[in-house]
Design a binder for this molecule. Structure first.
Ligand code: TYM
Length: 381
């Protein structure tokens, strides 16, 4: 099935898409935490699909004044970032870095609303109202608070030790409820994210259904549409040091990640050190038994927008070293324009911050309309 057909006919709540044509009047929404520049997982798992969605939308709806043009919002989740405390000065800087990274990858502020979550107070207002219909049991099953609080996945609130609980802050535990508010505030219909967000999206749909049932809007119609998840072709990019784990900014070994403004030399060094396997004979693409090699091929194929099998054919490596050098070259060349643009934007932070300021004002206009409807439905106005 083609990507466009997949969206149009989607009955499922989770879509796997390479390129996406959104239906008229739909809303695509996503966010990223401002923990510095993006790594290749953020880029290939999420941000590149935002750019693809934007470009497909521009082609399908060339007249930007057409009222049925899908709405696209991409935000910096700075409130979420505070669930792991940050140095205030560095948070201000990393927020700007995140906006610059977004623009450098090709997000166009004349086609998308680029905004800072904290500048739209309606996120926290809706979060509170949604928290009143969100079961603790559901939040208890979420894995993120456990991994961030360094607790085992099987831990539950009732069996965590007193000392573990006193270190677990409410904000971290309730994080998915704020994420649901982010999405529902704009009546989002499509949410392009990496695989690690799928549990949060499931919870969002659950909260959406619960709220709609309890508080119908005018004419008894549901206030929030059900948001569907959109996955990029490579929804999980793995760590270069341990292919069984996802690539993550919090990895203490920084050679586990490639960042989008990395120099070709740094990319080559990180890829050369990547853990693969010691299997002799031809290099093959097998995501089950050869995870490290599959990850390298998938990264290169995400950059080239082709299949891992095609990348393997093109590089035709004799051995692991040739594979790594070929992949490093593809990634370095693919990221070169992004790096150049990122460096240019970082010298013009007034422009970068202004994009976010103007985007936040536009986001607030939409958010205020939803909140008026929500407040009426719950009896607050
Ligand atoms: P964050 O900042 O951790 O990641 C941003 C996006 O990058 C994707 N991603 C990956 N994809 C593939 N492979 C990887 N190794 C990888 N690492 C990260 C994530 O899936 C995500 O799409 N909770 C969110 C931010 C958020 C949000 C939202 C997202 C807050 N509110 C509302 C969507 C809608 C987060 O921490 O993403």
């Amino acid at each position: 099935m083609s990507a466009a057909a997949a969206v149009r006919s989607a009955k499922s709540t989770v879509l796997e898409l390479a390129t996406t044509v959104l239906p008229a009047k739909s809303t695509a929404f996503s966010m990223i935490q401002p923990t510095g520049v993006f790594h290749l997982g953020n880029y290939l798992g999420a941000v590149k699909s935002w750019v693809d969605i934007q470009n497909q939308t521009a082609t399908a709806f060339p007249n930007s004044n057409d009222p049925s043009v899908p709405r696209l919002l991409f935000g910096i989740a700075d409130l979420h970032a505070l669930t792991i405390p940050k140095d205030p000065k560095s948070l201000r800087f990393t927020r700007s870095q995140a906006v610059a990274s977004m623009l450098a990858t090709g997000i166009d502020p004349s086609r998308c609303i680029v905004f800072q979550q904290s500048q739209v107070p309606e996120h926290t207002q809706l979060y509170w109202l949604l928290s009143t219909v969100t079961g603790m049991g559901y939040l208890n099953r979420m894995t993120q608070w456990k991994s961030k609080a360094q607790l085992d996945e099987s831990t539950s609130l009732t069996d965590a030790s007193e000392s573990a609980l006193s270190k677990l802050h409410l904000g971290l535990f309730a994080y998915p409820c704020l994420q649901a508010a982010d999405i529902l505030l704009y009546k989002s219909t499509y949410v392009p994210v990496g695989e690690d967000q799928s549990q949060h999206l499931e919870l969002t749909r659950h909260i959406c259904a619960t709220f709609n049932k309890k508080y119908p809007g005018a004419d008894k119609k549901p206030i929030f549409p059900e948001p569907k998840t959109i996955f990029a072709p490579f929804k999980k990019i793995s760590s270069l040091r341990d292919p069984s784990k996802k690539m993550s900014k919090s990895d203490p070994d920084q050679t586990a990640c490639i960042y989008i403004p990395d120099s070709p030399a740094r990319i080559q060094k990180a890829i050369r050190r990547a853990v693969t396997d010691s299997q002799q004979g031809p290099i093959t693409y097998d995501p089950v038994t050869r995870q490290g090699i599959a990850n390298l091929l998938e990264m290169a194929s995400g950059i080239l927008q082709t299949t891992p099998q095609q990348v393997l054919k093109d590089i035709a490596p004799k051995d692991h070293k040739e594979l790594k050098d070929g992949v490093a070259q593809i990634i370095a060349e693919g990221l070169a324009p992004v790096r150049t643009e990122y460096e240019r934007l970082m010298k013009d932070l007034d422009y970068v911050d202004d994009v976010a300021r103007r985007g936040s004002l536009r986001a607030r206009e939409i958010a205020a309309i939803t909140m008026a409807e929500v407040n009426r439905a719950v009896g607050l106005n």
